[in-house]
Each structure stands twice: as C-alpha cells, then as structure tokens.
Design a protein around this ligand. Structure first.
Ligand code: SAM
Length: 213
C-alpha cells in the first residue's frame, strides 16, 4: 500500500477492539431512516450517473431509495428480483438501478460485475464482525481492473461506538491487500459539530483507490 508515513500519526493508533463486538441490525438501520437519525446523509448527490455511467446502488431502506428519486425528481419503476428477496427500483431514464435488499444477497449473477465502485458510508457502516464477508462480496462484484474508491474514517474509537466505524489502514490492507493494489489518495479533516457532540476531537476521512490486481 502506498502510504505516506507523515499522513498517519495519532489518527491511526486507535484501539479498534473497543468496537469489534458492536452490531447494528437491519431493523436498527430502518429505524434510523424512520426517525431521521441520518446525519451521514448528504443532501448533494455524487454526480456519477450525470457523468455517463450506468449506476447500480444497494440499500436496505426502501424509503431512502424512494426519497432519492423524489429529491432528484426522477420517475422510476419497480420490479421484483426473482433470485433474492429484493425489489429493484429503476429510473425511467434507465441509467440508475437501485436494489432494495441486504447487500450480502446481491451477487454478480444478478447485477453483473462492475468496472468501478464508489464506497462512501458502506465499509464504515458494516458491522466489524461482517467486514470479511463484505470484502468478499465486493471482490466478487469487481471486474478485472475494477477501480474502487473507498472512504474510511479515523477517529478515537474509545470515544464513539460507531457507526461510522473506525477503519484503520491495517484493516484495509488485511481485507483487500492480497487481491488488490491499494493507494492512499487523500486525508480530509471532516470533524463536524455532531462529531464533537459524540466526544470526538478529530475525525478524518481517508480516501483510497483499490484496484483489482
Ligand atoms: C452510513 S449510511 C451511507 C449511505 C450512503 N452510502 C451515503 O453515502 O449516504 C449506510 C447505509 O447502509 C444501509 N445499510 C445498512 N446495512 C445494510 C445492509 N445489510 N444491506 C444494505 N444496506 C444496508 C443503511 O440503511 C444506510 O442507509
């Protein structure tokens, strides 16, 4: 992994053990959407589809997906997915397909493999005990040469139970290093008032490029 040593310091010395047993159920995520406990939600979208890509997303909350189409003023159709307990919400423009299902149910047989993956708020939301399963699932969805942009969070994990979970660089290396080239791209100070209320005095977002070897 390319990892400029001056980029890391106190930010990467947290003890991830304090979070390793923490588990959020699907129901708890659905409740977060119901009660609007969704501080992670950005009002602005990332303009992937506008750049000409066919975008496929996955989310357990149907209301979140419907909200997305409403906010973007996009009409959509709904289909069932025969292979798994899922609904597919597809923009009538045809370039945005959002699966409402458990991410672990989505396989390349259903979606095909991808040339690019944008992981913002996904690995950091996955229960720590499920990270290997998640990485395995991501790797199985990657076409050869697939580029994945991954955002993780660094903060003192003894001060916040997560999510977002603290994911140090060593974890990314252990999840993906065998199969992928990992390049550290950028560190951004992302500390907001809501993070200070959790008791944090620093929170950095780390951006990595992960390319299947
Ligand atoms: C931190 S949020 C990030 C959402 C979005 N990627 C973003 O950047 O705003 C994590 C999302 O994952 C969804 N989620 C949690 N567990 C899931 C699962 N097992 N399968 C699919 N989605 C899940 C939650 O409902 C939540 O909306």
């Amino acid at each position: 992994m390319e990892n400029p040593s001056d980029t890391f310091g106190k930010d990467d010395c947290g003890d991830a053990k304090s979070q390793e047993d923490r588990v959020l159920s699907e129901v708890e995520w659905l409740e977060k959407w119901q009660t609007r406990n969704i501080g992670f939600h950005n009002e602005q979208v990332h303009p992937l589809a506008d750049m000409g890509h066919q975008v496929v997303g996955v989310e357990i909350s149907e209301s979140a997906l419907k909200e997305f189409f409403a906010e973007q003023k996009l009409s959509f159709s709904e289909e069932t997915v025969p292979e798994i307990p899922a609904k597919l919400l597809k923009s009538t423009t045809g370039n945005i397909s959002l699966y409402c299902c458990n991410i672990y149910d989505l396989t390349s047989t259903i979606t095909g493999k991808f040339d690019g993956i944008w992981d913002r708020g996904s690995l950091v939301a996955v229960n720590p005990c499920d990270r290997e399963r998640y990485a395995h699932s991501m790797l199985s969805l990657m076409n050869s040469g697939c580029h994945c942009l991954l955002v993780t969070c660094l903060y003192d994990p003894s001060k916040h139970k997560g999510p977002p979970f603290y994911v140090p660089e060593s974890e990314i290396e252990s999840l993906f290093g065998k199969f992928c080239e990992i390049t550290f791209l950028e560190k951004v100070d992302a500390l907001l008032e809501r993070h200070k209320k959790w008791g944090l005095d620093y929170l950095c977002e780390m951006l990595y490029l992960i390319v299947l070897k």
